[in-house]
Structures are given as structure tokens and as C-alpha cells.
Design a protein around this ligand. Structure first.
Ligand SMILES: C[S@@+](CC[C@H](N)C(=O)[O-])C[C@H]1O[C@@H](n2cnc3c(N)ncnc32)[C@H](O)[C@@H]1O
Length: 252
């Protein structure tokens, strides 16, 4: 009976994997469930260990994890998820509807900024930024360029918090027009003199080349986070964290 259930679950996974979001690890699954993800398959190497983790770290979703988790041999799960998370659990979820997500960002009034990552290169940075956006309740994270912000590495770095905010890849032309755009750049005006309005777009440049000309030319203002002389720049995700903190602390 258990073996038949495991075989069916692995078959279901193989059929659904393409086109689904991989939730790699307990924390990614926990956050995805909390923020309304449509989770279609949950596989683990150890149901008892997962139950202990869930009771300890996520009692709010423990029952749902317990009901849906199917135990399969570690060798099989590692075939399906080569970089299996140390918590020994993985799940698949449906990617949110792009049109609905983008429409939500243009609905007015928008009460929290949208973070724009201009051609980010590092998937770990993208995940870290999604996690920051979720934590600060930003309206969303839009990326330009060819990196997929829903790549499994980015979702893993974001601890599944992609489901707590809007995350989409767009062209510069698709950025919500009309919203004031504050472009973060070490050469800009001191951020301490520039409050960010709730409906701002906060744009950050790529790790290698900074802001593109296309985004710079749309900027309402270039804004700098103060740095000690001779330091050229902060890390991208760190800059986003400081930018969002600045927005939050400046709210009335
Ligand atoms: C690693 S930096 C890019 C460095 C790149 N070599 C350059 O020429 O700008 C990535 C992004 O973080 C933001 N950033 C980093 N340090 C900043 C600072 N001191 N003030 C404002 N933004 C900063 C900017 O948006 C920047 O484009």
C-alpha cells in the first residue's frame, strides 16, 4: 500500500515537474503554504522528521504538510531533486498567474513600493531580494534581463517567499508607468534627504554594470546610500534592504 502510494507520487511528480515551481526544503514549503501557493506534490525522505520540524517551526501549516507528504527513498528523491535540501523535503507548486500579478501592481492607490532589479545576474541575490520584499511587505519585485526570478536557485534563496509578493520578469517598457522611479546609484543624491513615497518604483542596477541607460533615463531621481570613501558599492541585495528600510522608516 505504502509502496504503491510512493510509486504513484513519484509518477505524479515527474508529470508535473515541468512548468511547476520547485520548493526545495522545509522553509520554502512552509512559506509557500502560508502565502497561498497551490502545492501539488510533497515528497520527503523521512515523514517523522518532517512532522517534528513542522510541529516545532510551523504549527500553522503542520497538518497540511503531514497530510500531503509522501515518503520515498532518498536515492529516488535525489534523482528528482539533485541538490536536495538538508531538511529532506521538496514540493511542487503552480506558478502564479502573470497577468493578474502585473495588473495588481498597476492598481491604484498602491501602498508599497515595487523593487526593480535591472538585469540582475546572481540568482542568490534575486532570492535574497524577494525575501526582503516579502519581509517589508513591498508590492513586488520586477526584474529586467534574462535571469528567471523563479529559477529554483532563486526560489531556494528566497525561502519560498516568492508567494508572499509579486515576482515577475518584464521589459523596461513594461514597468508601471506613472509611478515615480527612484534609481539607487552611488553617484546620486543622499538618500537621507529623499523620502520614498509608497507608490515608488525603487530600481537597482546589476552586480556588474550598475543601472542601464534605459532605467536611468526614466528615473525621477538618482539616490545614493552613503558609503565610506574608497568603497565603490554595496552588494545588490544589501542595497535593496537599506532602500526598503529607508522607505519604511520614512512613513508617516
Ligand atoms: C554591486 S552594485 C553595482 C556596482 C557596479 N559596478 C556599478 O558600476 O554601479 C549593484 C547595485 O546596488 C546599488 N548600490 C550599491 N551601492 C550603492 C550605494 N552606495 N548607493 C546607492 N545604490 C547602491 C545600485 O543600484 C547598484 O547598481
Amino acid at each position: 500500500m505504502e509502496a504503491a502510494k510512493a510509486t504513484a507520487a513519484v509518477r505524479g511528480w515527474r508529470e508535473a515537474a515541468q512548468g511547476s515551481v520547485l520548493l526545495d526544503g522545509f522553509h520554502a514549503l512552509k512559506h509557500a503554504l502560508r502565502f497561498g501557493a497551490d502545492v501539488s506534490a510533497v515528497l520527503t525522505t523521512d515523514r517523522a522528521a518532517v512532522a517534528v520540524l513542522a510541529a516545532d517551526l510551523a504549527p500553522d501549516v503542520a497538518a497540511r504538510i503531514g497530510e500531503s507528504a509522501v515518503e520515498i527513498p532518498a536515492t529516488v528523491l535525489k534523482e528528482l531533486v539533485p541538490r536536495l535540501h538538508p531538511t529532506g523535503i521538496a514540493a511542487l507548486a503552480a506558478r502564479p498567474d502573470r497577468a493578474a500579478d502585473l495588473a495588481a501592481l498597476t492598481r491604484e492607490p498602491r501602498r508599497a513600493p515595487v523593487v526593480v532589479l535591472d538585469n540582475p545576474r546572481n540568482l542568490g541575490n534575486i532570492g535574497a531580494v524577494v525575501r526582503l520584499a516579502a519581509g517589508f511587505a513591498a508590492a513586488g519585485v520586477l526584474t529586467t534581463g534574462d535571469a528567471d526570478p523563479w529559477h529554483p536557485t532563486a526560489v531556494r534563496a528566497g525561502a519560498g517567499l516568492h508567494f508572499a509578493t509579486v515576482v515577475e520578469r518584464v521589459t523596461v517598457d513594461q514597468l508601471p508607468y506613472g509611478a515615480p522611479l527612484y534609481a539607487l546609484d552611488p553617484e546620486g543624491d543622499d538618500i537621507r534627504d529623499v523620502p520614498f513615497p509608497d507608490d515608488a518604483l525603487l530600481a537597482f542596477g546589476s552586480e556588474r554594470h550598475g543601472l542601464s541607460e534605459a532605467v536611468r533615463s526614466r528615473a525621477t531621481r538618482l539616490v545614493a546610500i552613503p558609503m565610506r570613501p574608497q568603497v565603490s558599492s554595496f552588494n545588490l541585495a544589501t542595497s535593496v534592504g537599506m532602500g526598503l528600510f529607508h522607505w519604511q522608516t520614512g512613513r508617516g
